[in-house]
Design a protein around this ligand. Structure first.
Ligand SMILES: *Cc1c(COP(=O)(O)O)cnc(C)c1O
Length: 445
């Protein structure tokens, strides 16, 4: 949808809402549909080709509005009062789950009645999963030993994750009062199953109870991938709840060529993917799939109608359209990586699998920090740095939806220009007595 189309369609939606408010007395306060009504009106899978906004808009009146309560806003979560809200969320998440080829057990349409919910972010998904795992573990411990108090049981619980996991895992454990063991990742940024199993065995020997493990598909720092097929069996062996945080990289798994990243997902108990990160859905929209029915998997009673925007995007782009966008972004990232590789002053950090390119000057950390500081004060492009195994580097990520080759080339030219400035700067430092600055040599291309 281009800017003109957006302006026109946006205007039409404002008219639709104004008409609705003006004529609200003609609508029933509560919908007259029976539970499951929406399933009969909507296909079981996302369309492979994109549809026009007109056809999506027609369905708002035809299939959504009959299941919407007009007595109040969409605050009430009960199926009886606003079934459209609950049912569309179930349908849209099943669509997405099928696009990701998640095991049947995670889907509402699957036999085991797993399910999913839309939350506000990956952090919330981890917190909710941790708290559910904690609850189940405490119940089990108190069943085995009725003398045990909740607090005593809680004191025994341990969660695990790698040093590359997003810091929201640490925050969840702080809120959830569960001790966390942060394990060292390997040279690729992934956690090995041997490291996890050794930590679990160590804690079991100390009388502790391993309860939760958070794996990451696409770490924030370098976009590394934990091997679910290896870590999963370890978690299953010791009865540990494995959550998979695939906030960013999960979206890419709708493409068959990237789906291998989720191999082994059948071992996990919950997985979250954030379509607001890389699937063109506006903030906020994080999908959490679990193996238990997620009826009480949110803190609030009411629920926002977030599935609408997910449904709109899935229909208007279609599976093929979204796959195309992911592939374009990955291609652009690879083109940027080529530019970095072709310049002998720079090196890449890690592999470029998806849309993130990690790179640095072949130099000490402080020159790279200076490059970052200068780019920051230059303000033409925005890069967020990170460090891995003691190396400070810059992160270049393709922003979905709008980035084109010309933007990538522009960013690279800015990086070059600023780097040239640093080279000169260091050359002047060279005149100083040795030892006054560690950064006196920089290789020219
Ligand atoms: C972005 C990200 C998060 C944090 O997501 P929020 O939605 O901001 O809570 C967590 N984990 C990973 C891997 C991420 O990429």
């Amino acid at each position: 949808m281009d800017a003109d189309e957006f302006r026109r369609s946006g205007g039409e939606m404002v008219d639709f809402i104004a008409d609705y408010l003006q004529n609200i007395r003609q609508r029933r306060p509560l919908p007259a549909v029976s539970p499951g009504y929406l399933k009969k009106l909507i296909s079981e899978e996302a369309p492979s080709d994109g549809e026009s906004w007109e056809s999506v808009k027609d369905d708002i009146e035809k299939v959504i509005m009959p299941g919407v309560s007009s007595a109040h806003t969409f605050r009430e979560p009960l199926l009886a009062s606003s079934p459209a809200c609950t049912e569309l969320e179930m349908i849209a998440l099943d669509w997405l789950g099928k696009m990701l080829r998640l095991p049947q057990d995670f889907l509402f349409s699957g036999e085991r009645q797993g399910g999913s919910i839309i939350l506000g972010g990956a952090s919330e998904a981890i917190l909710i999963s941790l708290i559910s795992a904690r609850k189940a573990a405490i119940n089990k411990l108190r069943c085995l030993d009725p003398q045990l108090t909740n607090g005593q049981a809680l004191d025994k619980l341990v969660a695990y994750t790698s040093d590359q996991t997003h810091c929201c895992m640490e925050k969840s454990c702080l809120i959830g009062l569960v001790s966390l063991t942060i394990l060292p990742s390997d040279t690729t940024g992934a956690l090995s199953w041997e490291t996890l199993e050794a930590a679990i065995c160590r804690d079991l020997a100390r009388g502790l109870v391993p309860v939760f493990f958070c794996a990451t598909i696409g770490t924030t720092s370098t976009c590394a991938f934990d091997n679910l097929a290896e870590l999963g069996p370890v978690c299953n062996k010791y009865g540990v709840w494995m959550h998979v945080d695939a906030a960013y990289a999960g979206s890419a798994c709708i493409c068959p060529e990237f789906r291998y990243l989720l191999d082994g997902v059948e071992h996990c108990t919950s997985i979250s993917v954030s379509p607001h990160k890389w699937l063109l859905v506006n903030y906020d929209c994080t999908a959490l799939w679990t193996l238990s029915h997620p009826q009480h998997w949110q803190v609030n009673m009411g629920r926002r109608f977030r599935s609408l925007k997910l449904w709109f995007v899935l229909r208007m782009y279609g599976v093929k359209g979204l796959q195309e966008r992911i592939r374009q972004d990955v291609h652009l990232a690879k083109q940027f990586a080529q530019m970095v590789k072709a310049d002998s002053r720079f090196e890449l950090i890690g592999d470029v699998t998806l849309g993130l390119v990690c790179f640095r000057l072949k130099h000490c950390n402080c020159v790279n920090e200076e490059l970052h500081e200068k780019l920051k004060s230059d303000r033409r492009i925005h890069l967020i740095p990170s460090s891995f195994k003691g190396k400070f580097f810059l992160r270049f990520v393709i922003c979905p939806a709008s980035t084109q080759l010309q933007d990538v080339s522009f960013a690279w030219s800015v990086i070059n220009e600023i780097t040239d400035g640093i080279t000169r700067h260091c050359a002047t430092r060279r005149a100083k007595p040795p030892g006054s600055c560690a950064c006196i040599t920089i290789r020219h291309s």
